[in-house]
Design a protein around this ligand. Structure first.
Ligand code: C5P
Length: 232
């Protein structure tokens, strides 16, 4: 890990959960802590990159020399990501821009946000809420004509590597890091992580288990250390 190897690059990172409003006082969300994305932001800044961190609602301090943009919903996060990528590509060119998607974006949002607090029905024991699909932020960025280098994450509870390889090609990613969130000792709220990384590689690095893909393992370590290993 060389300390200034990302000098001259702009790294844009999404992190944390998103919140999808149901009404003025309620929302749908998830337990993402944002720790992996914040650790990566810190590691990239230490490595000399200009870093923009697009964060959902999390309780974490902004790492030194990182420009933070706070967002709430998936649609806000997409807008902020597109703005950041547009600006970075315009000033440096796509080849010097890296987009890293660590955010646990809500897959769906309520189709309608009630203007007033939804009241409990006196007679109804059930409440139906229609959800619509959120935009896929990382896939949207990877589909650009002026595509930066795009990295995604895959947290799975089964067939971890198979699903990750599928995501790599479906979302047109340049790199994917996957981990098994059914393990209690790593992932989500934890300070530690362990990962397997895949990237398109038709040549020598191609692994037998995943033909056409390179594969590398990062053993269980603190997220700060995993972040440094990913940067390297
Ligand atoms: O499809 P899945 O949610 O498992 O994919 C995970 C990867 O895609 C992560 O890198 C995540 O940040 C990104 N993602 C995204 N926008 C979504 C859903 C996932 O950027 N709406």
């Amino acid at each position: 890990f060389e300390s200034r190897q990302l000098t001259g690059r702009h790294v844009i990172i999404t992190a944390g959960p998103t919140r999808e409003a149901l009404d003025p006082v309620r929302y749908l969300s998830n337990h993402s802590s944002g720790k992996m994305g914040f650790a990566l932001a810190e590691a990239c800044a230490e490595a000399g990159a200009r870093v923009t961190l697009i964060a959902g609602p999390v309780h974490l301090a902004t790492p030194p020399r990182v420009q933070r943009v706070d967002v709430v919903s998936a649609c806000d996060m997409l807008g902020a990501s597109e703005t950041a990528v547009n600006d970075a590509v315009a000033s440096l060119g796509a080849a010097r821009v890296v987009f890293i998607a660590t955010a646990a974006v809500a897959d769906y949002r309520p189709a309608q946000v009630a203007g007033q607090k939804i009241k409990k029905g006196l007679k109804d024991d059930t409440l139906d809420i229609t959800l619509i699909k959120n935009p896929d932020i990382v896939a949207t960025i990877a589909a650009r004509a002026d595509k930066p280098f795009v990295m995604g994450f895959a947290a799975e509870t089964q067939q971890v590597e198979g699903y990750a390889c599928d995501k790599l090609s479906r979302k047109r990613l340049d790199l994917i890091a996957c981990n098994d969130v059914s393990r209690g000792d790593i992932g989500f709220q934890s300070d530690d992580n362990a990962m397997v990384v895949f990237w398109p590689d038709a040549g020598q690095g191609s692994s037998a288990a995943a033909p056409g893909l390179g594969r590398a393992e990062l053993a269980k370590a603190p997220k700060t250390q995993i972040a440094r290993a990913l940067v390297g």
